[in-house]
Design a binder for this molecule. Structure first.
Ligand code: ADP
Ligand code: MG
Length: 253
């Protein structure tokens, strides 16, 4: 059965999508069968891994709202062993449309059941909010990977995130746990970076990954080529660190 991991932080721009795509690609490179699920209406994971909007007729919205079979929405990517359930802008309506629906918190969980045996890892790229879509992801997941950007207000908002985790544990998914906290966009040239690393380690202790993701321009270029970092520039620092992260995640079984 697949290990299902939500990549979540309600702050935007902290590296959720970059981490979902590149961790997924590195796990696939190391031999795991990986499915990415994009549940952000921006569709950045979808375009970032090379799926064109014109090739997407049904997406995760149809799965969540119209109960369309998830297996029929899966796209293969150019990276072997890496598939994706895409998102398009129509997902923007889902937060409101899910509100009055039956079993609105567990729709993604039910949908995933059909394809879970086909994968080793399912990574869910969450939107920058703690609404119905994120609750669906948490209800469907074994664990949550939290990217934290190395900036001044890094810890701000995390208590709200952890509170949502506790609510989901209480009501929908008692087994849900924190997979790990990932420090992202570290800049060795500033003192601030190392202060943030210290603060986050003090707060989350051994749950923080040893691997720290530095700022690396190749990581920000790769999505515009529709490639993960290991296909865009396998020798880059970005490729190196996301492979190190993948090995930590594998060792965490
Ligand atoms: P989120 O999904 O949390 O909103 P993204 O992964 O989209 O965040 O990252 C926000 C922006 O920062 C994107 O333009 C992305 O390419 C860039 N980015 C993410 N991680 C890095 C990094 N380690 N180095 C340089 N740029 C990065
Ligand atoms: Mg994103």
């Amino acid at each position: 059965m697949a290990r299902i991991i939500s990549v979540a932080n309600q702050k935007g721009g902290v590296g959720k999508t970059t981490t979902t795509v590149n961790l997924g690609a590195c796990l696939a490179f190391l031999g795991s069968k990986v499915l990415l699920i994009d549940i952000d209406a921006q569709g950045n994971a979808t375009s970032g891994i090379g799926i064109r909007k014109s090739d997407v007729s049904k997406d995760v919205y149809d799965v969540l709202v119209n109960e369309y079979p998830i297996a029929d929405v899966i796209h293969h990517t150019t990276r072997e062993n890496l598939d994706i359930v895409p998102a398009t802008i129509q997902l923007a309506g889902a937060e409101i449309e899910l509100t009055p629906m039956m079993a609105r918190e567990s729709r993604l969980k039910s949908a995933i059941k059909d394809v879970e045996p086909l994968y080793d890892y399912i990574l869910i790229d969450c939107p920058p909010s703690l609404g119905h879509l994120t609750i669906n992801a948490f209800t469907a997941s074994d664990s949550i990977l939290i990217p934290v950007q190395c900036e001044y207000y890094a810890l701000e908002g995390l208590s709200q995130l952890l509170n949502t985790v506790r609510l989901v544990q209480k009501h929908f998914n008692p087994e849900l746990r924190i997979e790990g906290v990932l420090l992202t966009m570290y800049d060795a040239r500033t003192n601030l970076g190392s202060e943030v690393v210290e603060d986050v380690r003090k707060y989350f202790r051994e749950r923080v990954y040893d691997t720290i993701i530095p700022r690396n321009v190749r990581l920000s270029e790769a999505p515009s080529h529709g490639l993960s970092i290991i296909d865009y520039d396998p020798r880059s620092r970005g490729a190196e660190v996301y492979q190190a992260l993948a090995k930590e995640v594998l060792a965490n079984e």
